[in-house]
Write a protein that binds this ligand. Structure first.
Ligand code: RI2
Length: 302
């Protein structure tokens, strides 16, 4: 898929999920580099930088997208000739996609140890890392059922329900406002992550803060699944990501509501670290306060 097609599919959410959009952007840059031949180094560097800017302009909140692009371009501008610069983009892109996919797997492998005994799980939106964790817990005989929140307005919870059901996991779809009704039955919460900020705040789909606060009220452990490339880079330590606002048409059609009614559609939430029991990364389960250590060890230099 070329750069513009990839960018527009990320923008309209045909390609969605923080990990998926990062992998799609890295792959598109790799394919673009493969399509080039006999260019001047300066021309190649300019064109790949323009392609990178187009990709990171698509969605502001998932730092995985920005990190995936930066990791794919890491070291390219210090190459001395077009051929080696092109080869580096291609190998960086392939390495990022491979690492990202194996990271999702490893997050899953670490999850079952967090469930002391079989019980019910709750989740929100559709996260490949959280699904990996829930499927692994089920395979370990720890899951008696999953409550998947529908996740208005785009209802990504239906994707989670389908994915879990196909994996043989007993799953119940609920409307988001039923999360508190079912929480007394729940043993643990697993959610995905778009960005892990340096103070341990978890940025994830809108409704995740409500889920974390409800979990806290019922003493349910709350875990965010966050591969290391979802942590803020060291260059952004202390900063906050922008919370994306999307079209009102994702909530209601123009016919349903008179034009005089304002419609506000923030699509991400910020969960404060005090509501987060732990963060499951591919390099281990950490406390929110240790986010800074992950950033310094794995996100230095980008
Ligand atoms: P994985 C998604 O955002 C959800 O917020 C999900 O929890 C997060 O990305 C992480 O997804 P959107 O793309 O990387 O649906 O774990 O807006 O698949």
């Amino acid at each position: 898929m070329d750069i513009e097609e990839t960018a527009s599919k990320i923008e309209d959410m045909t390609i969605r999920g923080a990990g998926r959009i990062a992998r799609a952007a890295a792959a598109a840059l790799g394919e673009y580099a493969e399509s080039t031949s006999d260019m001047k180094l300066k021309e190649f560097l300019e064109s790949i930088s323009n392609a990178a800017q187009r990709l990171v302009s698509t969605r502001p909140t998932a730092i995985s997208l920005h990190n995936g692009v930066r990791i794919t371009l890491r070291g390219v501008d210090s190459r001395k000739d077009f051929k080696s610069a092109r080869a580096l983009v291609i190998s960086n892109a392939a390495a990022f996609v491979e690492h990202s996919n194996s990271a999702v797997e490893k997050v899953g492998q670490l999850a079952p140890a967090l469930m002391k005994k079989p019980g019910k799980v709750i989740t929100i939106c559709n996260s490949s890392a959280a699904v990996s964790a829930m499927v692994a817990c089920h395979k370990a005989g720890k899951v008696t059922g999953v409550y998947a929140c529908e996740t208005r307005p785009r209802r990504q919870g239906l994707i989670t329900a389908r994915e879990l059901s196909e994996a043989g996991v007993p799953v119940t779809l609920i409307v988001d406002s039923a999360m508190r009704y079912v929480m007394p039955e729940v043993s643990i919460a697993f959610v995905g992550t778009d960005t892990l900020e340096s103070d341990g705040s978890v940025i994830n789909k809108i409704g995740t803060h409500l889920l974390a606060a409800t979990a806290r009220d019922f003493k349910v452990p709350f875990y965010a699944c966050a591969e290391t490339y979802k942590f803020l880079p060291s260059s952004k330590i202390g900063r906050r990501v922008e919370i994306e606002k999307r079209s009102s048409r994702e909530i209601v059609s123009n016919a349903e509501i008179p034009g005089s009614v304002e419609i506000f559609n923030p699509v991400f939430d910020r969960v404060p670290p005090e509501l987060v029991t732990g963060i499951i990364t591919e390099v281990g389960v950490i406390k929110p306060a240790d986010a800074i250590k992950i950033i310094k060890k794995y996100l230095g230099g980008i």
